[in-house]
Design a protein around this ligand. Structure first.
Ligand code: FES
Length: 147
């Protein structure tokens, strides 16, 4: 049911923890499953210099966030905003359909962290257009938008 990559990132998640004095922190929750994801970013010269995550979430959310941090580390903010949950799922070698929303949580938390950074520094990013960190990330709404 789960690929080796998923199991590996679930058992040994990369970049877990908090960043002290983070430049941006994003937290999103899913009302249906109750899982919560928090992502911290450190930004230097418009690039993601460091990224860490913490989650009260299921194994797929842990695996998705872990691999997402690997994909995103070192990217420019514009590049990071283009990383989709589909890329995250592909990098994991796939997730069961009922677990796709868990990868959406990682994407949304990253966007929320960049939103926080942008808000604090009066910056505007095209990739954040239409993103509202306070909206309810309901399973069905998100899955319908993404797929
Ligand atoms: Fe909710 Fe996985 S079941 S994030």
């Amino acid at each position: 049911m789960y690929t080796e990559k998923v199991m590996d990132h679930f058992m040994n998640p990369r970049n877990v923890g908090e960043i002290e004095n983070a430049d941006g922190v994003g937290e999103v929750g899913n009302v249906k499953c109750g899982d919560i994801m928090r992502i911290y970013i450190k930004v230097r010269d418009e690039h993601i210099e460091d990224i860490k995550f913490k989650t009260f979430g299921c194994g797929s959310a842990i695996a998705a966030s872990s691999i997402a941090t690997e994909l995103i580390m070192g990217l420019s903010i514009d590049e990071a905003l283009k990383v989709t949950n589909k890329q995250v799922v592909d990098a994991l070698g796939g997730l069961p359909p009922v677990k796709i929303h868990c990868s959406v949580l990682a994407e949304q938390a990253l966007k929320a962290a960049i939103y926080d950074y942008a808000h604090k520094n009066n910056l505007v990013y095209e990739g954040l257009a239409g993103f509202d960190p306070h909206e309810d990330h309901d399973h069905h709404d998100v899955v319908e938008i993404e797929f």
